[in-house]
Design a protein around this ligand. Structure first.
Ligand SMILES: NC(=O)c1ccc[n+]([C@@H]2O[C@H](COP(=O)([O-])OP(=O)(O)OC[C@H]3O[C@@H](n4cnc5c(N)ncnc54)[C@H](O)[C@@H]3O)[C@@H](O)[C@H]2O)c1
Length: 447
């Protein structure tokens, strides 16, 4: 039976054995992160840093956590979503690696924010977010906007002096952000002049969103839908809302499995791109009438709402793979329904409409790839988390020198990650000859 040397709140430490084998299985497919961990073990670049990370607690994240700890960080890990935690992995991190973890799959809002409070109580100098929930709490505290906090965090913040509240963000030398929605929220803080600490937009690194959002979300979203429903995609109409990095991946993979894919967009350039990639593009009002499966990946609110539910076919399935569970207006669906049956199958709730048509909601509208499947494959998280670890090291090296803005990941980090990933995949590429270098840097040569 596993025992723990650290404070924690996980479902059951007895799950640790299963969690450990999943962490080690994921590690096999994360050679870039492994190389960083080996160097971190020797060089200890994060030594003396207290770190709080608010991330999806998965086997891949466990390997990132091990890397940060190998680098000398004193780390606390909490969930960034109530449904994305892998309980066995959380147990193993506590029992086998002595890493304090606060995360339970299916936790309610109170437990979720009590865990965010644990991340704050750790008094971190470096933070990591997936969706900016941790940084937003720190900013509300520093601004004395305690009424904007969840009660679980508010009570704790109220016990601090004004000086201590400012220190909550003041002591942070940098915060890494993992996802598009988080970067959008942080840029909004920057615009409003309330970003009180430096942020590194790890999501915007090319080795992150080109691959993780497109191929990771693309594959795992389809995986989540299939695990939740067992449906055959071939011959079905799949509506993908949003043709951003994630949407492109989801649409591509759904088409690969034989679905007829309809894309909805609000951005004319992305809509054009979808059309020229060969997808049908239509407004949601039209797509809603014909879709068998709807997947939202916009980062926006109420993309599917009452007017759409009302015209859907009997048996339509709806789910979301965007960061927050606000893309499907589930309150409106519940308001329309004459009958609701929760859990007709694991991860599936049925809503019967006045017409007799039934709409099925998958994974309670939360990220379907993490709720019903295991999230992104390790091989793609290898790059995202390599960028996370190196961005953390870079921001610690530049402690005190970074302005309170959203910063890009340095280009050298992106290129280093891509080169090592290629190498581990056994893929070689060419390099520029001297003549080519000169040619590409000059303007004199023409027709
Ligand atoms: N499921 C996961 O594991 C995972 C992984 C990475 C990112 N995400 C999340 O997925 C979401 C999308 O990320 P992205 O990187 O693709 O962002 P993106 O900005 O590249 O794309 C979003 C697209 O949605 C479109 N859009 C916005 N509102 C819309 C609406 N009402 N109807 C139709 N289209 C609309 C935008 O025009 C844009 O093209 C974000 O919330 C991000 O945080 C989830």
């Amino acid at each position: 039976m596993a025992t723990a040397q650290v404070k924690y709140d996980v479902k059951d430490l007895a799950l640790a054995k299963e969690g450990l084998s999943r962490i080690l299985w994921a590690e096999r497919d994360m050679p870039v992160l492994r190389a960083i961990r080996e160097r971190f073990e020797r060089e200890k670049p994060l030594s003396g840093m207290k770190m709080s990370a608010c991330l999806h607690v998965t086997a891949e994240t466990a390997n990132l956590a091990r890397t940060l700890v190998a680098g000398g960080a004193d780390l606390v890990l909490v969930a960034s979503n109530p449904l994305s935690t892998q309980d066995d992995v959380a147990a193993s991190l506590v029992a086998d690696f002595d890493i304090p973890v606060y995360a339970i799959k299916g936790e309610d809002e109170h437990s979720y924010y009590r865990h965010i409070r644990a991340a704050l109580e750790h008094q971190p100098n470096v933070t990591m977010d997936d969706g900016a929930d941790l940084v937003s709490a720190m900013i509300f505290i520093a601004l004395n906007r305690l009424n904007d906090l969840h009660p679980e965090v508010r009570t704790w913040a109220a016990s601090l002096s004004t000086d201590e509240r400012q220190q909550v963000s003041g002591r942070v030398c940098a915060s890494m952000e993992e996802t598009t929605t988080g970067v959008i929220r942080l840029r909004a803080m920057e615009k409003d002049g309330v970003l009180l600490l430096p942020v590194i937009a790890v999501n915007d690194a090319e080795t992150k969103h080109f691959f993780d959002n497109r191929y990771g979300t693309g594959q795992s979203t389809i995986d989540g839908v299939i695990r939740a429903t067992d449906m055959l995609l071939a011959g079905r109409s799949v509506v993908v809302a949003g043709y951003g990095w994630c949407g492109k991946g989801v649409a591509l993979r759904a088409r690969g499995m034989g679905a007829h894919v309809i894309v909805t967009e609000v951005n004319p350039i992305r809509a054009l791109e979808a059309a020229m990639d060969g997808f049908q593009v239509a407004p949601m009002a039209e797509a809603a009438k014909v879709g068998d499966l709807f997947i939202t990946v916009t980062g926006d609110i109420h993309v599917l709402r009452a007017e759409h539910f009302a015209v859907m076919k009997d048996g339509a399935m709806i789910c979301n793979s965007g960061h927050f569970n606000v893309e499907l207006a589930l309150d409106q669906l519940a308001g329309l329904a004459v009958n609701t049956r929760k859990g007709v199958r694991e991860f599936v709730d049925e809503y019967e409409l006045p017409s007799g048509n039934r709409v099925f909601v998958l994974g309670e509208g939360r990220l379907i790839n993490l709720a019903a499947a295991h999230g992104h494959p390790a091989s793609v998280m290898d790059m995202s988390f390599a960028a996370q670890a190196l961005a953390t090291e870079w921001s610690v090296k530049n402690k005190g020198k970074l302005s309170h803005n959203v910063h890009k990941v340095p280009r050298e980090i992106d290129e280093w990650v891509a080169r090592l990933k290629l190498e581990t995949m056994g893929i070689g590429i060419d390099s520029l000859t001297d003549e080519q270098q000169k040619y590409l840097n000059s303007w004199e040569m023409g027709t």
